[in-house]
Design a protein around this ligand. Structure first.
Ligand code: VG1
Ligand code: CO
Length: 579
């Protein structure tokens, strides 16, 4: 085939957010919309990462993925890429893409230099819902801001894109297809979506000890993929490798529209799992499983549940960090350091202090952890938004988190696996609180708020920060028994590895007793603005660590809502989702 130059003109708003470009499918399917973004990405990369290079292209399988993959294959050929790797049926979870980029070696001995991941993560899919695309670099992690800014700049000036008229490639079956492009060869290699990832997991965890746990009659297990791509891995890993029953898998057939659901693993959207685990009011019939977990559309997020018990993601990463060295072979020589995103609770900080570990606080979004990991400074990290992971790849990893928890449960029961009563998820969490104190935590999301109003709310909160005495006067007027506000700022981050600075990463109000209020605007929505309010309170007193979270946090919630004039600005009397 011949390389074709196609004329095009820029679209507004092709700015990658926290994790790539996410828009309604209707926006993405406009002629040249996807092409402009892909060409702008090629133009933003060093030319040796494109010409003669190998790329991975796959995603969570959402609606429009199949068409998008064919478009990107042709454009890759047009831009001089030598070969493209595609997961069977275009399916690869975000963590699996990261693993493939880092680990998979081609017949010629070379690896991939980057990847297009087609996903809008936990956002719904289907003709009227969301599509998304992001680029990951050679280290398997999301492109840094220096690249995403360049991509955006390119989208505002684009005049043409390069492509080749190739026949459609059959991506339903593994195999290599070779094309001739201007005298050279261009290959598309379709491969099994799970094998590289499964191999990596087996090198990290002690599968034998997890298998023993799963075979114990006292231990019951349940995993919900919410019809996301996680289903493609769950069967292979939990059932085939670890011996879990088929019936322990829920919604594990990947679907283009996630079965009409919202593939977000939290207490609101993972309804079926939440009911099975005995956490919804409606369900009382069967005895719930001992352990339950869910993943999001692209399987990088996870939710961990015990029987009638919810583990907050902030606690989850802290508990994994506290137990990793003993329970997970990959970490047996020690942790290099730990990190969390700013709005994530300080539960991890306390563990880091106790264990004398390096600790980092970064802005929201996984790309900030990658530099720390590449520099050998961080082994385990997490976000409050149901993201947990480690330096085995450069993305958060839902199935890894489930395996980490199973490893910890197996370890805690290693001398007791045949006993009457196993140490449960709840036991592990309560013991953790007793040792380290408890961080009560909740997040309120106000979705699809008028963008102007959301900006005004944030501006008013920044304004207030100029006078702490004034803030304290207002706070005491709302509720007299919260602690004093001793600091207020906008979070700013200086990357300790490359020195880059990220500003305006969230508005913080810090209280004398360690409590925090954080306000941020989401960078992953596709419509309007989403305001996120994060509320946290630290409790060291063992007699006060067993309260209902909503009750413990009620005074701070009231302060947050009134201080920000949430209802006045947004017209909303309640959040869209509480996690
Ligand atoms: C949200 C979360 C953030 C996460 C990001 C991508 O971003 O808050 O912690 O890293 O989603 O996760 P924002 O900007 O909307 O708050 V995923 O699973 O959507 O790739
Ligand atoms: Co995701």
């Amino acid at each position: 085939g011949q390389i074709k130059r196609v004329q095009t003109t820029p679209f507004d708003g092709q700015k990658p957010g926290t994790s790539g470009l996410r828009k309604k499918v209707k926006v993405f399917t406009q002629p040249n919309y996807l092409q402009n973004f892909v060409q702008s990405t090629f133009n933003a990369l060093p030319s040796d990462k494109v010409k003669g290079a190998r790329l991975v292209v796959s995603g969570d399988g959402r609606y429009f993925s199949k068409e998008a993959i064919q478009i990107i294959i042709k454009m890759a050929a047009g831009n001089g890429v030598k070969s493209v790797w595609v997961g069977q049926n275009g399916l690869l979870s975000t963590p699996a893409v990261s693993a493939v980029v880092r680990e998979r070696v081609g017949a010629d001995g070379s690896k991939a230099s980057g990847a297009f991941i087609l996903t809008a993560s936990h956002n719904p899919g289907g003709p009227n819902e969301d599509f998304g695309i992001k680029y990951n670099m050679e280290n398997g992690g999301p492109a840094p801001e220096s690249i995403t800014n360049k991509i955006y700049e390119n989208t505002t000036q684009i005049k043409e894109y390069l492509t080749v008229d190739l026949p459609e490639v059959d991506i339903t079956k593994p195999g290599v297809t070779t094309f001739e492009v201007e005298g050279g060869t261009f290959t598309v290699d379709v491969f099994d979506s799970a094998s590289d990832y499964v191999k990596l997991m087996k090198s990290i965890f002690d599968f034998e000890s997890i298998r023993k746990l799963l075979s114990s009659p006292k231990f019951t297990f349940c995993f919900d993929a919410l019809h996301g791509v996680g289903g493609a891995y769950a069967k292979r890993i939990f059932v085939e490798e670890l011996g879990a029953k088929e019936s322990s898998l829920l919604n594990c057939v990947p679907k283009e529209d996630f079965g009409g659901g919202h593939p977000d693993p939290n207490l609101t959207y993972a309804k079926e799992l939440v009911a099975r685990m005995g956490l919804s009011k409606s369900n009382t019939q069967d005895e719930p499983p001992e352990f339950g977990a869910a993943a999001d559309g692209d399987a990088d997020r996870n939710m961990i549940l015990g029987k009638r018990f919810f583990v907050t993601p902030s606690d989850s990463v802290a508990i994994i960090a506290a137990n990793a060295v003993e329970a997970i072979p990959y970490f047996s020589t020690g942790l290099k350091g730990v990190a969390r995103s700013m709005p994530t609770s300080a539960a991890l900080d306390v563990v880091a202090k106790h264990l004398n570990l390096k600790f980092f606080e970064v802005p929201t979004g996984w790309k900030f952890f990658g530099n720390l990991m590449d520099a050998g400074l961080c082994s385990v990290c997490g976000e409050e938004s149901f993201g947990t992971g480690s330096d085995h790849i450069r993305e958060k990893d839902g199935i890894w988190a489930v395996l980490a928890w199973l490893s910890i449960i197996a370890f805690k029961n290693k001398d007791n696996i045949g006993g009457d009563k196993l140490v449960t998820v709840e036991d592990i969490v309560r013991k953790h609180w007793a040792t380290y104190g408890r961080h009560y935590y909740t997040r309120y999301d106000y979705e699809n708020v008028d963008a102007g109003k959301a900006k005004d709310l944030m501006a008013s909160l920044v304004n207030l920060q100029s006078s702490l005495p004034e803030v304290n006067k207002i706070v005491k007027g709302i509720c007299s028994d919260v602690a004093n506000v001793v600091g207020a700022d906008e979070f700013e981050y200086k990357d300790s590895v490359d020195g880059s600075i990220s500003k305006h990463q969230g508005i913080r109000y810090l209280f004398e007793d360690g409590s925090r209020l954080v306000f941020r605007l989401s960078g992953t929505g596709s419509e309007g603005a989403t305001i996120r309010l994060y509320i946290e309170q630290y409790e060291k007193d063992p007699s006060k660590i067993s309260r209902e979270s909503s009750e413990a946090l009620a005074p701070l919630v009231e302060v947050a809502l009134k201080l920000s004039k949430m209802q006045e600005f947004t017209g909303r009397s309640a959040p869209t989702v509480i996690t």
